[in-house]
Design a binder for this molecule. Structure first.
Ligand code: GSH
Length: 225
């Protein structure tokens, strides 16, 4: 039996979504974030030493890391390759690229944006506040924002000419990239990125996405802003 250890409002939404796309039976154990720090509760450390979500158990197997979980589910349960290309398919390398890109290249900048927003909102003695503000705004301006813009432009250009990240065919790469794109849209809107906005609208229309949201409470980025 598959059990997904799901932290509310988190990357783990993607795993529920993939499980729903594949119509697999599974259990979800939902963990609540600390309302002040937004961190995961300590119980998640009993599941995996890093205490992060998602973690998936399947009988005796335990897997952490969204990308590894997605690949495990595909290898084990998507025998018809509905959501990923076969190893000898010319699209396979592209699929692997996007799978690594999602968490390895783009998401770190979204996390940095979140951390720096939290630093700005943190209570500090009033005489330090201007210094904190200056440092945060400098790092945002010179490093975080330009990098996020470069990535969004890169994906926008790609989706301008392709319906999905792999072209005509919806795949697990779209699922994997969805979370960081949803986070980016909630942060600054996608007025300058019509293809990314179109992509998000299309994924929200998928019934499996909607079923996943019902099962886990969906995604709401307000608390992170
Ligand atoms: N690269 C990992 C990141 C896991 C991760 O940081 N998950 C977040 C949820 S979005 C988490 O558990 N945060 C709670 C915390 O850090 O306490 C993955 O994709 O699974």
């Amino acid at each position: 039996m598959i059990t997904l250890h799901h932290l509310e409002n988190s990357r783990s939404h993607r795993i529920t979504w993939l499980l729903e796309e594949l119509n697999l039976p599974y259990e979800v154990k939902i963990y609540k974030r600390n309302t002040l720090t937004l961190m995961a509760p300590v119980e998640l450390k009993e599941i995996h030493p890093l205490g992060k979500s998602p973690v998936l158990t399947d009988d005796k197997k335990k897997i952490a890391e969204s990308g590894a979980i997605i690949l495990y589910i595909l290898r084990r349960y998507d025998l018809e390759h509905k959501f990923y290309p076969k190893l000898n398919d010319e699209k396979y390398d592209e699929f692997e690229y996007w799978m690594h890109y999602a968490e390895g290249s783009f998401m770190p900048f979204m996390v940095l944006a979140l951390v720096f927003a939290k630093v700005l909102a943190a209570p500090v003695p009033f005489f330090i506040k201007p210094i904190v503000k200056k440092i945060v705004s400098q790092v945002k301006k010179s490093f975080i924002d330009p990098n996020i813009k470069t990535h969004l432009k890169f994906m926008e250009e790609h989706l301008k000419i392709h319906q999905w990240f792999l072209g005509d065919q919806f795949s697990a790469a779209d699922i994997h990239l969805s979370y960081s794109l949803e986070a980016a849209q909630s942060r600054a809107g996608f007025a300058d990125y019509p293809s990314l906005a179109r992509f998000l609208k299309a994924i929200h229309e998928r019934t499996a996405y909607q079923r996943a949201s019902l099962r886990t409470g969906g995604l709401d980025f307000k608390a992170f802003l």
